[in-house]
Design a protein around this ligand. Structure first.
Ligand SMILES: [Zn+2]
Length: 129
């Protein structure tokens, strides 16, 4: 054991791992650590499955709700998809350059997309839907 663990044995309140939400509570901290190591693996698996399901459902919704494809204001290619996700949720996403924007109507979504010109947006790195 190194110097630090000896030191923390003598001064447990100096060990940040013994604090929970600003309270010195080594017992609770140890229980939480144990719980989280048990849960992490199952939780990570559940999260991955859930994310996959959500991604798939969203893809299906997008495929279903594609309203039109038009010229992208940023890259100029006819790759700007507009989806009507719901009555008041229109979403433009360029399949080429990644720019996007949303609005309560197609016009507003397109306007928002144009306002985002040059901002380096990419819906694939964090979609609005
Ligand atoms: Zn584009």
């Amino acid at each position: 054991m190194g110097d630090w663990s000896d030191y923390f044995e003598d001064f447990p309140e100096e060990n940040p791992a013994n604090w929970v939400n600003g309270q010195f509570d080594p017992g609770l901290a140890a229980r939480l650590r144990e719980q989280s190591s048990h849960n992490n693996e199952a939780q990570a698996k559940a999260n991955a499955e859930l994310n996959e399901m959500i991604a798939k459902a969203k893809q299906e919704t997008k495929a279903r709700s594609l309203l039109l494809v038009e010229d992208c204001p940023q890259c100029g290619l006819k790759e700007l998809n507009t989806y009507k996700i719901s009555e008041k949720f229109y979403l433009c996403e360029c399949q080429e350059c990644g720019i996007f924007g949303n609005g309560t109507t197609h016009e507003k979504a397109l306007e928002r997309t144009k306002e985002a010109l040059g901002e380096g947006l990419d819906w694939r790195e964090g979609s609005l839907y």
